[in-house]
Design a binder for this molecule. Structure first.
Ligand SMILES: C[S@@+](CC[C@H](N)C(=O)[O-])C[C@H]1O[C@@H](n2cnc3c(N)ncnc32)[C@H](O)[C@@H]1O
Length: 274
């Protein structure tokens, strides 16, 4: 088993200028309300066995998009802790906690694979779209298990960034999908959630899949944010050449205008008991 720590560009955001980080932050905001991601998160949260007054940890919390739902779950008497290594995200999450008047929500800078919390501190823990970017999964999940109480539940959400994407020339869709196969840390993590949860000793693991699908590029802001807005960043990172990217985006716009665009991918979620 791979025990070497690693991450993709999501582990290097502190070294980037503010503009691309703000761009990524806006994609996270769009993803938060995107049906497949939202349904997966709500399924996990509703299966964590927590209620009013519980304590919950989110590893890799980003800018804290889950806060409103976590507050609904544990209330003002509960405790919410998020941890993430990206400074501007943690600052944004703290701002969100102030805005939502949630003094019981705390956001810490840190690494999911080495949590600065004592053993058996929380009633539940989860991570959402993190293991695809940083791992190995067993190091991260092992820490979530360590800091939760015996019989607590641990949840994971991740996705396979393979888009079943309309394109007049299939090579364009393949070039788009190649970006993520090259760029992400653990491309296959979402397909192996039960194995990863078992590897840290969890039992009673359940896995559920959620289909993300559209036949309109403007059906939800996530589609344009992810496919169109991020295109210059993918070109800049050398993940797709400029002319292919330009041709792909023009093709998608043309198909969309004619009602011939469609895109799908799969999100997976899992919950296990410590
Ligand atoms: C795709 S974002 C998801 C953020 C958030 N969970 C959400 O759903 O919006 C991935 C997050 O993983 C964080 N990350 C990267 N390396 C990490 C690590 N070693 N430990 C914890 N989080 C990490 C990034 O800073 C980023 O916030």
């Amino acid at each position: 088993m791979d025990t070497q720590w690693g991450s993709d560009f999501f582990g290097t955001l502190n070294e980037l200028p503010p503009e691309p980080v703000a761009g990524v932050s806006s994609v996270l905001e769009a993803a938060a309300s995107f049906p497949a991601f939202k349904e997966a998160r709500q399924w996990v949260l509703s299966n964590l066995g927590v209620s009013e007054g519980s304590s919950i940890l989110e590893g890799g919390c980003g800018n804290g998009v889950a806060l409103a739902e976590l507050l609904e779950l544990v209330g003002a008497s509960g405790k919410i802790v998020g941890i993430d290594p990206t400074k501007p995200f943690i600052e944004a999450a703290r701002g969100r906690a102030r805005q939502l008047d949630a003094p019981n929500a705390r956001y810490d800078l840190g690494d999911l694979r080495q949590l600065p919390y004592p053993d058996k501190e929380f009633d539940a823990a989860f991570c959402d779209k993190v293991l695809i970017h940083a791992g190995p999964a067993a190091a991260a999940l092992g820490e979530l298990a360590r800091v939760t109480k015996p019989r607590s539940r641990i949840g994971v959400i991740d996705w396979m960034p393979f888009f079943v994407l309309s394109a007049t020339r299939p090579v364009l869709a393949e070039a788009f999908n190649t970006i993520f196969r090259k760029a992400v840390y653990d491309y296959n993590v979402s397909a192996n959630l039960a194995r990863h949860l078992h590897s840290v000793g969890l039992s009673g693991v359940r896995v559920k899949g959620f289909l993300a699908h559209t036949d309109n590029l403007d059906a939800h802001p996530f589609w344009r944010a992810f496919i169109v807005q991020q295109a210059p960043m993918f070109v800049h990172a050398g993940l797709i050449d400029e002319s292919t990217s330009h041709e792909l985006l023009s093709d998608l716009e043309r198909l969309n205008a004619k009602g011939e665009f469609s895109a799908s991918f799969i999100v997976q979620a899992a919950v296990g008991t410590r």
